[in-house]
Design a protein. Structure first.
Length: 342
């Protein structure tokens, strides 16, 4: 009986050593998560590398969960509490409760249903047949394309897009600045957002349906990406989009923002609605944060959501979905909107 008793201190030491090892491992995993979380929490103009890293914030939930498991194995109270809090923060950012929601319209307000779609075609290399098929299958009535090229315009026409969406305003270009809007409804140009390298055109659309008409302004968004010295222009582009989004009337702004919900600059844009109401990011409002829109091809990076459909608070939404299109590194977004009539 003396040998087991004598062995108890050694057993305790091994357990303590193992506990410390698990806790240290938990801390090592949690430290980079905590560091990036600090950047996410503090809303200032961070430098380039931080801005780029923040795009991948949703993926921090994975190492945060691993850190919590390691802490539980280590059985250290404060390590467990700290890693649990860190995971809770990641989950809150992944499924935010403070996002913009459509306002409740007055009883009896007529609305017009509108199915919209947006796609960055990557220098016009997107497969035209898939684009047209998506339009047909989902009953898309309003289509916004970025990086629109002359050859893509020809290929779309050959696939029959002009017979499905008979109205078009386009400025094709081979350098990535081209854009196009197709619609079943008549279109009227309202000009360009000022001082943006990529064309971001505002287009007036009068949609009809359910025995009513509804006017809206569509902005085809394509901001400069936040790379090298262009980060200043990226912030400037988002500011221009924000000013447009806060304009009177029904606003729909869809396209390639090159920004995620985890960028303070994008959240500031969403805060720019009229009368103190937040703008609505349809993807976030319909729990689409787990459906990446980039990159769909190319380097094996974790997917992020940089393409968005943003609307005025009075516009309702449903049936948001993300679709892969061969030939482009962006996904197509499709959403069902409800535009207030009048």
């Amino acid at each position: 009986m003396t040998e087991p008793a004598a062995a108890l201190p050694a057993v305790r030491r091994r357990r303590r050593t193992t506990s410390i090892a698990w806790s240290v491992a938990a801390a090592l995993v949690a430290l980079p998560v905590a560091s990036l979380s600090l950047f996410r929490a503090v809303e200032v103009e961070w430098p380039l590398l931080v801005v780029q890293a923040l795009a991948f914030t949703p993926w921090l939930v994975v190492p945060a969960a691993v850190a919590l498991v390691l802490a539980l194995l280590g059985r250290r109270r404060w390590t467990t509490i700290t890693t649990a809090a860190l995971l809770a923060v990641q989950l809150f950012w992944l499924f935010p409760l403070d996002y913009g929601r459509p306002v409740v319209l007055k009883e009896g307000t007529a609305t017009v249903p509108l199915k919209v779609m947006s796609l960055n075609t990557e220098f016009g290399e997107a497969e035209a047949a898939t684009i047209v098929q998506l339009v047909r299958d989902h009953g898309v009535q309003l289509l916004a394309l970025q990086e629109f090229s002359p050859t893509l315009q020809d290929r779309l026409s050959a696939e029959g897009l002009d017979t499905v969406l008979s109205n078009r305003i386009s400025t094709p270009n081979d350098d990535g600045s081209g854009a196009a809007v197709y619609s079943v409804f008549p279109l009227a140009s309202e000009g360009l957002l000022p001082d943006t390298p990529f064309r971001m055109a505002a287009t007036r659309v009068v949609a009809e349906g359910s025995g009513a008409k509804a006017a809206l302004t569509l902005t085809n968004v394509h901001t400069l990406p936040p790379v090298d010295e262009r980060i200043r222009q990226w912030r400037s582009d988002l500011l221009k989009v924000s000013r447009q989004a806060g304009s009177q009337g029904n606003q729909v702004l869809m396209g390639d923002y090159n920004a995620t919900y985890d960028h303070a600059e994008f959240r500031a844009l969403l805060d720019g609605g009229r009368d103190g109401n937040k703008l609505v990011d349809v993807g976030t409002a319909t729990w689409g944060r787990l459906s990446p829109t980039w990159p769909m091809e190319g380097p094996p990076l974790p997917g992020v959501v940089i393409d968005h459909v943003v609307t005025s608070p009075r516009i309702g939404n449903s049936a948001y979905s993300v679709h892969t299109v061969p030939g482009t590194d962006h996904a197509a977004l499709i959403a069902q909107l409800s535009i207030p009539a009048g």
